[in-house]
Design a protein around this ligand. Structure first.
Ligand code: FAD
Length: 467
């Protein structure tokens, strides 16, 4: 045996949940140790949010260079050096992960590399390649995140790839099959389509992006995908198996009852993610779990074991980086004796599709289900000067307001920069604002934000730029 090391607050996992929790706990005077078996920054910085957005924006640059004739721009011999794209993407990731390291060190957080395994409710073993060390902790925050689900008939290989594989391809594929039309499949599929790959999306349900977004929003994205000319979408399509050929794959799928085969260079499987809670020794501690393998927590992110907390993708709710970070701050504050509590009133969700989708709070149907009497008010980007001058005017903003008093309870955006436009609406909900408050806020002209103001004017019955 080794000599155990006594520590105060242990954070397991250094993704956007864990590293934020560690920093906030240190700011509040805790002595913090963070452990990760991989690279600081977790999925989000290394193989998730950041590298995917880098690829998406590089692909957009290329696509714009090719297709700006309408604006009088004609470019010839536009080429992609994909090695260089990957190198640039890597440099963005490195900048951010080394930034996280600097922040942790700057806050005097001890960083340990290795895999943590629970022994009991105050002890973990941390193993790396050639050693193991026991730590006794006072409080622990588990933030071990999630991994892609592997389908039994689609075992990972060089040609059957997860999002991680798709982010790290060495060349632009000629053809790619995407199983699963959720946000990760659509984002990566669109990026490669913009680079010129022929993309086939196979979605099991009746529609792509159906989780959380109304049809009137997703249909704008679908229209744009179809317009590209190199994207095929099949719904009610069940991928059944794959055969690896010499330099590609053949995928068999049953589509609306008919069996079809598709050849491609790669098949990307994005059918969901699984919480990393199965190899942690949680059963040794008696931590309560849900049927789906998520850790049960209370409003303070505390598990049924009073000194152990859990945050991020391993607990209930949307698997998003900003939700993980938010919970990290709450857990750190609770451990430090603050009366903090989670409040999920307004978690924005964004799809970096083409155009982008974003939503916060309730949509109309959800509000009605929750017993609210609401009105949905829409304003199109097509009537906005900024959107038109960007040559990017598909889509709209929809506000959901309570009939009795005009309180903003939700908003959905499809259109240019939806990911940024949604921020103002999240703030409006958090601050308890009404449609009139937004309508009477002076928005700079010409900006996309004016669409938010005009949707609020529609809600109160007085829009200027629409009849
Ligand atoms: P993670 O980021 O998964 O980090 C967990 C960490 O724990 C990892 O570093 C892992 O090495 C470590 N770990 C696991 N087990 C152990 C152990 N036993 N011992 C030690 N260390 C361990 N979200 C968004 O909000 N916006 C986006 O645009 C977005 N895009 C995405 C794109 C892709 C392709 C993917 C895959 C995900 C994307 N996400 C996005 C989701 C986002 O990445 C996750 O929600 C987020 O990373 C979850 O954070 P986390 O802290 O819970 O865990």
């Amino acid at each position: 045996g080794d000599f155990p090391i006594d520590i105060d607050t242990l954070v397991i996992g250094a993704g956007p949940g864990g590293y934020v929790a560690a920093i906030r706990a240190a700011q509040l005077g805790q002595k913090v140790t963070i452990v990760d078996k991989g690279t600081l920054g977790g999925v989000c910085l290394n193989v998730g949010c950041i590298p995917s957005k880098a690829l998406i924006s590089a692909a957009h640059r290329y696509e714009h260079a090719l297709h700006s004739e309408e604006m009088g721009i004609k470019a010839e011999n536009v080429t992609v050096d994909f090695d260089k794209v990957q190198e640039w993407k890597g440099s963005v990731v490195n900048k951010l992960t080394s930034g996280v390291e600097g922040l942790l060190k700057g806050n005097k957080v001890d960083i340990v590399t290795g895999e943590a395994y629970f022994v009991d409710s105050s002890t973990v073993r941390i193993m790396d390649e050639n050693s193991a060390q026991t730590y006794n902790f006072k409080n622990c925050i588990i933030a071990t995140g999630s991994r892609p689900i592997e389908l039994p008939s689609f075992k990972w290989s060089e040609r059957v790839i997860s999002s991680t594989g798709a982010l790290n391809l060495k060349e632009i594929p000629k053809k790619m099959i995407v199983i699963g039309g959720g946000y990760i499949g659509v984002e990566l599929g669109t990026a490669y389509a913009n680079f010129g790959t022929e993309v086939v999306i196979l979605e099991g349900t009746k529609d792509i992006l159906s989780a959380g977004f109304e049809k009137q929003l997703t249909s704008v994205v679908k229209r744009r995908l179809k317009k590209k000319g190199n994207v095929e979408i099949h719904t009610e399509a069940f991928a059944q198996g794959v055969e690896t050929t010499e330099n590609g794959v053949t995928v068999t799928a049953e589509i609306k009852g008919e069996t079809k085969t598709f050849d491609a260079d790669y098949v990307l499987v994005t059918v969901g993610r699984k919480p990393n809670t199965d190899e942690l020794g949680l059963e040794q501690v008696g931590i309560e779990m849900t049927e789906r393998g998520l850790v049960k927590i209370d409003k303070q992110c505390r598990t049924n074991i009073s000194n152990i907390y859990a945050i991020g993708d391993i607990v209930d709710g949307p698997a998003l980086a900003h939700k993980a970070s938010y919970e990290g701050k709450i857990a750190a504050e609770v451990i430090s004796g603050h009366a903090a509590e989670i409040d999920y009133l307004a978690i924005p969700a964004v799809v970096f599709s083409d155009p982008e989708l974003a939503s916060v709070g309730y949509n109309e149907a959800e509000a009605k289900e929750a017993g609210m009497d609401v009105i949905g008010s829409k304003f199109p980007f097509g009537a906005n000067g900024r959107a038109l001058s960007l040559n990017d005017a598909d889509g709209f903003i929809k506000l959901v307001t309570r009939k009795e008093d005009g309180l903003v309870v939700g908003a959905q955006v499809v259109g240019p920069n939806a990911s940024d436009v949604i921020a103002e609406l999240g703030l409006a909900i958090e601050a308890g604002m009404t449609a009139e408050d937004i309508a009477m806020t002076i928005h700079a002209h010409p900006t996309l934000g004016e669409v938010t103001m005009e949707a609020a004017e529609v809600a109160i019955g007085a829009p200027i730029h629409i009849v």
